[in-house]
Every structure is written in C-alpha cells, then in structure tokens.
Design a protein around this ligand. Structure first.
Ligand code: GDP
Length: 589
C-alpha cells in the first residue's frame, strides 16, 4: 500500500486533515466525538492529537510529519540595550498576605505624594500610577493579585523590577507572604520588605525579621542582602525611607531603556467603555509612544486616538516605565500581551494578522491539544468535567482568574472546561449557558442584577461573586472536590460459617451459623464466599440468638441472621459470610 505523508506545521484544521486523509469531515468529526471531543470543521488540532486520531482510525499507511516553521512570537524576548540607553523609573509591585496592609500602603503613598484633590478624583480602578520622590519618578503597579503576575510571566514578559513584600509586624510570615517571595524570586525582581503596622501593640520587628530569615530573606542588618524597612502605612511612618530604598535599589540595578527605537511595552489592562470603545492601559518599556501612532498587540492593532496619563490628563508622549491609558484598539488586546509600534496602518494590520496565525500555529491553544485529548479519553465521564463561566470587571482580572483556575492541580481527575469568559456584570446569556450540570458562574468584582439572580435561582444555576481571588479559587477547588469519586474504605469485621439456610428469596435470606471470628451485627455487609469463590454481597438486617433479636453475635456464638441481597444468592450450608463495613470518605485536592 502506498504510504501517504501529511505535513503539519504546528496544527491542522479538521477540514484540512479530513481532505489530506481522503475522509469525509463527518467521519473525522465522528471519530473525534467518540474520543470525547466536540469539534467543528474549523477547529485546529495539534500534531499529537492528529497522530492519536490517525492511530484511532487504524490508518497505518499515513505518516505524519512535523513541518518546521520559523515562527515569531508576539511576546518576543526583551531586546538588548544599546549604549544610548537612558535611565528609566523603576516598576514596583506591592505584594503580601491579605490584610497586611498593601492597599493602605498604596493609598497612603498616593495621598502623600499627589496634590490634594487629584487622587481623590480618581474613582475608577487604576492599574498603575507614578509617584515623585526626590524629583524622580517611581511606577507602581496595582493588580488583581499575584496570579496576574503569574499570568504575565506565562506570557513571557517580565514587568516588575522591584517587589515590595508587605509583612505585618504583629502577624509575621503567612502563606501569601511566601507566595510573594517565591513570585519575586522567579520573576527575578529585587525584593524590599516593608515591615508594616509597627504602631501596633503586638508589633515585633526582630521576630518578624527572624521569620523572614527562616523563609529565605536574610536582612541586610544581619549581613544578608534584603533591605527591610519598618513602617506604618496607616500612620505614614517611615514611608520616605521606603521610597529612598526603592530609588537606591533602582540605582544599583541601573534600570535603563532605549528611547530611539519604535515604542514597545505591555498591555496591563483592557476593557470596553460605552462611548469610547476599547480602553487599554499600557506600560511603555521602550521607545516613546505618541498619539496618532500605530501599535500592534497580539492579533489586534490600534491607531492611538487618545492617550492619558494615570491621572486622566492628556499626554502627548510616553517614555519608558510610564503607564498610559489609550483608546483606538480595534479589538481588546489580551492582558500581558506585548505591544510594538508599526510604521503605518498597513504594516500594523499585517503584523496583527501574522501574530494571529502564529499564535494559532504555535499552540492551537484555544483549540484541541493532545493533553486535552488524553484527558478527555481518561475522563470520558461527564460528571468529571467542571464547567465555569468567568466574568470580571476588566480583562486583566478575567485572565488572572482563568490562568489561576488552570493552575489548580486535579491530578488529572477533573477536567476544567471554561465555557465562556467576559468583561461586565453577569447577564441573562451567562445564565442560559450555565443551565446544565456542574456549571458555576464566577464573577470577579462584578455584580449580579436582581432579575438575573432570580432567573438563576429559578433555573438552579450557581452564581458566585468574589472580590478576592483566593476565595474564588478556594470555592472552585471545593466544587471540584465534590466531583471527585469518594474514597471507599472497607474494614473487615468478622466471619461466619453457615450451618443452616432457612429461607432464600429473591432479595432476602434467613440463615444460621457460627461466628468464627470477630462479630456479626445488624448493618454489616457480608461477602458470600464458597470454596474461595465470591458469590455476591449481602447486608445484615438483623441478628438473632435463641430466636431473640440481639445487637451482636461474637466469635464462638451461633445464631441466626436476616440478610438483604440485591440479586438472588443461593446460600448453602458450608458457605462463609465475611463481614465488613464500607465507608465513603470525601477526598480533597
Ligand atoms: P491588604 O489586604 O494587604 O490590602 O490590607 P489593607 O491595606 O486592607 O489593611 C488591612 C487592615 O490593616 C486595615 O484595617 C488597615 O487599616 C490596617 N492597617 C494597614 N496598615 C496598618 C498600619 O500600619 N498600622 C495599623 N495599625 N493598621 C494598619
């Protein structure tokens, strides 16, 4: 038989594969369906999935080959600096355990360093802002949580130069403190610790430092390399020292960027606004961004229509480390996407298209990958699929929620199926989509209109809204735990030798015998064994001794048993009943 070779560059659509195989699309979709994948004609399959399906079809004469394409990612590596690079402000993120004072610290800094009234006028969520200290700028990032940073890391970009880890002096190192430390280390960011709440009675600075040292952060004062500044965010104590330390660290790091290059940077937030269209927050990392320029981010592009600084004032030009809000994107870019300047609209459109194609070829991420397939094969059972719909206030939080949900390790037992995601309040359509099994609508920083919650209650749809990402994740985890098969624990209790069978009916037996070991009690289960062969299972419904109901028969005693069975068992003299109990225990992830 002639050998057929199919070349796949990254991925192939169902339509292309069926043509290459000489199969009808319906047959191919049918085979995918049998393997638990509901695919459409335009769905892309990656190389591994295609080869598994070809195996499944028994097509031994077909050979798959990977075609190498030199693809360029949208999030390319950071560029080398030229010798013309100039100093830029540090980009700082504040992290730490919940309630240790992150928000208070940012608020106090904001009020302290901005002209009265300016900050007060900002009511909407701001994702980044700049403060001036000693005549120099510091860029602060505010994010929905550490997951946001993790998401950015996944997108291959490094955003933060310095991470300030806030630790309450009266509470010490806590799980999220450790997470923050780990994050800062993996992100290669410099760490500065702010030991907060020193005004509190229970504050213990040396103990907090020792606690930090035990977790891998050696204080500079003790010969280590981590700067630790005791502060009170609430009472505005020592915050200037903290800012000094940020600038000092920035100086030591020699943070620089080129400005004579096409502008580039990262998308740090994006959402739609009535009347304005897409509103996108960017952090410039290189070059100078100006109104009227064209930029490309992922598969979409913009002609910058308006550009505002973080206070909402028009800005004509943004230099590296500057956060700006722009309008003009055709479609919403993704949180964490890199943007680059294009010389004109035609180039921008072409680059966006190329990025879209590359993204599809590279990962086929929105489609089917071999791990999805394998997972689906193992988890053919629908009851093991946890369906979620995610709504968030801004695209950044939606991405964070989705990325962190994907990070919950279910040991391959539960499949997470993201039915849909979106920005904005929970609406009718979300409830329609959720009407089915195991679907939860999660809202992050959004609300649920009354009519929608009524509709959900009527349709039995679960809606959960959260403002703290960890709480949302905990809920999702416990929902998934509910889907896990319980752990069955059986415990041997005793054994009886059957000496007489008085009645055998379809689902009940009355018999008598001698307890050889352990005991026999109502409620026990029994395995019926004849010559080491298992005949079936019965449940002990009552126990009698000398024709009287008793609570138990113990080893050495003889007596009667009433048994309940699911199907008829022809119990005979000489059979053994092996008593046991069975408990099911809820499992955790
Ligand atoms: P976050 O969850 O880390 O953002 O913590 P918050 O900034 O919301 O602070 C949690 C609580 O601690 C609030 O009640 C704050 O008023 C309080 N708090 C924050 N910083 C200080 C501080 O320096 N001193 C005192 N006494 N309380 C503080």
């Amino acid at each position: 038989m002639e050998q057929k070779t199919i070349q796949i560059a990254g991925s192939i659509t169902v339509d292309e594969l069926s043509k290459a195989l000489g199969l009808s699309v319906t047959d191919l979709i049918g085979t995918l369906f049998k393997n638990g994948i509901v695919a459409t004609i335009n769905q892309r399959l990656d190389y591994e999935t295609a080869s598994i399906i070809i195996d499944e079809l028994g097509l031994k004469d077909v050979k798959l080959e990977r075609k190498n394409t030199a693809t360029k990612t949208a999030n390319g590596p950071t560029r080398e600096l030229s010798d013309k690079a100039v100093t830029r402000p540090p980009v700082v993120a504040v992290m730490g355990h919940v309630d240790h004072g992150k928000t208070t610290l940012l608020d106090t800094l904001l009020n302290k360093k901005t002209v009265e009234g300016e900050a007060g006028g900002i009511t909407q969520h701001i994702s980044a802002y700049q403060l001036e200290h000693d005549g120099r700028l510091i860029t602060f990032l505010d994010t929905p949580g550490h997951e946001a940073f993790a998401a950015i890391r996944q997108h291959g970009a490094m955003l933060t130069d310095i991470v300030i880890i806030v630790v309450a002096a009266d509470d010490g190192v806590k799980p999220q403190t450790i997470e923050a430390i780990n994050f800062a280390k993996t992100a290669n960011a410099k760490i500065i610790v702010a030991i907060n709440k020193i005004d509190r009675e229970g504050a213990d600075i040396p103990r907090t430092m020792a606690d930090l040292a035990n977790n891998g952060l050696q204080p500079e004062e003790w010969g280590g390399d981590i700067v630790m500044v005791p502060i009170s965010a609430k009472q505005n104590q020592n915050l200037d020292k903290l800012l000094d330390m940020i600038l000092l660290t920035a100086d030591l790091e020699e943070l620089k960027a080129d400005i004579n290059i096409p502008a580039e940077g990262l998308v740090i937030e994006s959402h739609m606004e009535v009347g304005k269209g897409s509103v996108v927050n960017l952090l410039v990392t290189g070059g100078e961004l100006k109104t009227g320029e064209f930029i490309v981010a992922g598969s979409t592009y913009a002609k910058i229509r308006t550009m505002l600084d973080w206070k909402g004032k028009p800005k004509g030009k943004a230099t590296p480390s500057t956060p700006v809000t722009i309008t003009g994107f055709k479609e919403l870019p993704n949180f964490g996407d890199r943007f680059t300047e294009a010389k004109d609209e035609k180039t921008a459109r072409k680059m966006a298209l190329l990025n879209a194609q590359n993204a599809a070829n590279e990962s086929a991420s929105a489609n089917v990958t071999s791990s999805d397939l394998l997972r689906m094969m193992n988890v053919a059972d629908n009851s093991k699929v946890f369906n979620v719909i995610i709504k968030g206030d801004v695209l950044g939080s939606v991405t964070s929620v989705v990325d962190s949900l994907k990070m919950i390790d279910t040991h391959g037992e539960i499949t997470l199926n993201i039915v849909s995601t979106g920005v904005g309040d929970i609406n009718e359509n979300d409830v329609y989509m959720a009407a089915g099994d195991n679907t939860v609508i999660y809202g992050f920083n959004v609300s649920v209109p009354i009519n929608i919650s009524k509709m959900a209650a009527r349709d039995g749809v679960k809606i959960r809204t959260y403002k703290v990402i960890y709480e949302l994740l905990d809920d999702a985890k416990s929902e998934m735990e509910n889907l896990l098969d319980a752990e069955i624990i059986e415990e041997d209790k005793g054994e009886m030798k059957v000496l007489g069978v008085f009645r055998t009916e379809k689902t009940s037996i009355i018999a008598g015998g001698e307890v050889l070991k352990g005991d026999a009690k109502p409620g026990y289960l029994a395995k019926v064994i004849r010559d080491k062969k298992y005949l079936g299972e019965a449940e002990v419904t009552s126990v009698q001794k000398e024709k009287m109901d008793v609570k138990e028969l113990v080893a050495g005693e003889t007596g009667g048993l009433a048994l309940k069975t699911k199907a008829k068992i022809d119990l005979q003299v000489g059979d053994r009943l092996k008593f046991f109990t069975r408990e099911s225990k809820k499992r955790t992830l």
